[in-house]
Design a protein around this ligand. Structure first.
Ligand SMILES: C[S@@+](CC[C@H](N)C(=O)[O-])C[C@H]1O[C@@H](n2cnc3c(N)ncnc32)[C@H](O)[C@@H]1O
Length: 333
């Protein structure tokens, strides 16, 4: 199978795998499980027992959440590409059904070995089955290790470590211990959390620890200083997810897409190729004027008006999206 060339292809390949593996499972059986998972994930509390306990739990997660977590992580990694060294080996903490491994393989053809450390056996089993359908050898050959991550867990060395939608399931001391361990063992550390105030707070705490450990921020921040997004605001971004008919049925939705909101940090040991600035809101467009809210390299947050009279810059501003670098530099995605 030829390797896909864009992250849109990654999402399509994942959708095909989900179709192959999940279509035999009746949607009517998964729908109540999806409702329970939505309640559990929205509760905002650290779970006292595993959320994914059965094969149906894992199937429901893969059907309604994995396309969205994959879209968020693929967006993050595509933005990190070119700013961090290309990885050959990755470790995915709390990897669930493998969304981050699919995303990394789609972004970096250099990836040849992936290890998923995951506590839930049903998630590992389903992740393995989905991976068999992946166009990338790195996904097909990924190692799925049974691991309950604890404060003393020794992490293997890696070029890339991902912890996506995991920290919210851990008590704060364990979150801190794992981020510190990641900083000691990985060259590039990626943390992705839901784009909520609580998710952002966890990302901010992880960012501080990664900086304290001597890493530098490669994205989204264009600086290593204090985050200027304060008060009632929180730094987050959005990735478009195409909903399959299975997804629409399970979430009782009619729209053909949804936007997955996420907060993230990518930190690197060594030099970071930081963006000159980052657009942290949807650009506001009025006739003849685009206004971008930009987090800048000097650590400030400003609304930056770009009037039509600035010709080329105005054209660039019209093509700029939430999450893009500003001013436009080398293409990121
Ligand atoms: C919300 S899911 C995210 C899965 C995947 N990273 C993704 O983005 O789709 C969180 C995962 O972390 C796993 N997990 C939670 N606590 C864990 C622990 N202490 N050790 C290992 N895995 C854990 C759960 O079993 C679950 O699969």
């Amino acid at each position: 199978m030829p390797a896909p060339e864009t992250d849109t292809d990654t999402a399509a390949a994942l959708d095909r795998a989900l179709h192959e593996v999940l279509d035999p499972v009746p949607a009517g059986r998964l729908a109540p499980v999806v409702d329970r998972l939505i309640r559990d994930y929205r509760s905002g509390t650290v779970p006292s027992s595993p959320i994914l306990r059965t094969a149906d739990d894992a199937a429901a997660y893969a059907a309604y959440r994995m396309p969205a977590t994959h879209a968020a992580v693929a967006d993050v990694l595509a933005r990190a590409a070119g700013r961090v060294p290309e990885p050959a080996e990755m470790v995915d903490l709390g990897g669930g059904t493998g969304a981050a491994v699919w995303a990394a393989a789609g972004v970096w053809p250099s990836l040849h070995r992936a290890t998923v450390l995951e506590a839930a056996a049903p998630a590992r089993a389903l992740g393995r089955r989905l991976a068999e359908h992946a166009p990338w050898p790195a996904v097909r050959t990924a190692g799925w290790e049974s691991a309950v991550l604890g404060p003393g867990t020794a992490l293997p060395e890696s070029d890339l470590l991902t912890a996506c939608y995991l920290l919210g399931e851990l008590a704060e001391p364990l979150r801190d211990a794992l981020v510190d361990a990641a900083a000691r063992t990985a060259r590039v550390v990626v943390v992705v959390e839901p784009g909520t105030p609580a998710g952002y707070a966890r990302v901010l705490a992880a960012r501080s620890r990664l900086l304290a450990a001597g890493l530098r921020v490669a994205a989204p921040c264009p600086h290593d200083g204090a985050c200027p997004v304060t008060g009632d605001d929180w730094c987050h971004f959005a990735a478009r997810v195409n909903r399959s008919s299975r997804h629409r049925t399970l979430k009782a939705g009619s729209l053909g897409h949804e936007d997955e909101k996420f907060s993230y940090v990518v930190a690197v040991r060594g030099e970071a190729e930081q963006a000159p600035g980052r657009v942290v809101r949807h650009p506001q467009t009025r006739k003849g004027l685009v206004t971008l809210r930009v987090c800048s390299a000097d650590g400030t947050l400003r609304d930056t008006p770009v009037p039509r009279s600035r010709k080329e810059l105005y054209r660039a501003a019209r093509d700029t999206a939430w999450g893009d670098p500003w001013p436009p530099a080398a293409p990121e995605r």
